[in-house]
Write a protein that binds this ligand. Sequence first.
Ligand code: HEM
Length: 344
Amino acid sequence: MRGGQYKTISTYPRDPDLENQKLKHSNRGMGFNFLSILSLFAVGWALSVIGLGAFTRLMDAGLGCPDWPLCYGHMIVPHSPMIDKYKAWAEMIHRYFAGFLSILIMAVIALSFFKKYRNRYLMIYSLCLIFLILYQIILGQLTVTLKLMPVIVVGHLLGGFLIVSVLWLIFLNSRFPFIPKRNPISIGVLIGIILLFFQIILGAWTSTQYAALSCPDFPFCFNAHPFFTMDFQNAFHFFVQKGVNYEGGILSDSARQTIHMMHRVGALVLTLYLFLFTYLMRFHLKNAIVFWIWGMLILQIFLGIVNVIFKLPIFTAVSHTIVAALLLLSLLTLFFFTRRERQS
Ligand code: HEM
């Protein structure tokens, strides 16, 4: 791989004056500035909210406070022998962190409208953030009131991944001047992002259906014993009854094993695609980002296998969620740079 080489695949006639003008305009926000620092901080904070969300679920504390947004009608967990204070605190800390994240996001949105930073992309990202915050508030409430209904919890987790992604795009956009360029390679990166998104949905479905321990061995489930039968119909039945408490999961063993194994198959497809694509396109991609993606991918598979073999240790389970988010940010970075005009 050639060190740091980064080639444009497609070229189209350019007007040098116009290009210079565009560069000058975009250089206004170049380098670290208040918006890029704030959005970077918000990305870090959003990752910790995602981690805390995973921790809360793994502690079976998702219903630690049965009401929303207060906990048993209070801002902090009240003292009562009837209340499991560890679970209630896990849930409340997640809510406080999410509350502060909303404030950070408002600040990022407000700054994006300042003349110094304003551009078309930042406006679109800000609108997405406004929509996503409202979406997360509604889903956060439904997660509690619909008693961890899987489709809601998955939607809530995806909302978190989308928020961190948009914040990251705001960071990239405010840190590196962006002039879009046509580049067919970006389509290949986009396919990778879509595959990763499906893999994240499958992972979230595995965890919200409590299927993590349904296949205790690796690479096959019960060593591909004949009693392991796939049950696709029940495994991916999204719309289920209201009023049921989904904590601990309600699906049959075979449905859970199907979900679990589909997540592994998804990992295989994603890994093959990403390795093959980045290897074949290595002369056109930024080396540092490609190596980072490979590292994240290997770490993620390692964490997944440790989760299975050691029966979901809390540290590796939370790390598996955070590394999935980091992988998504890495692919978005690759996408951003393949679509960005190179500057001298
Ligand atoms: C390489 C791509 C992979 C990605 C992007 C990925 C992503 C995810 C995500 C986002 C979750 C949901 C976490 C949550 O709800 O907090 C998850 C759960 C899970 N993944 Fe993966 N995963 C990958 C590979 C694997 C592999 C190879 C294995 C095992 C062989 C594995 C095993 C698991 C298990 C057991 C869970 C459930 C954990 C829980 O209940 O908290 N994953 N994965």
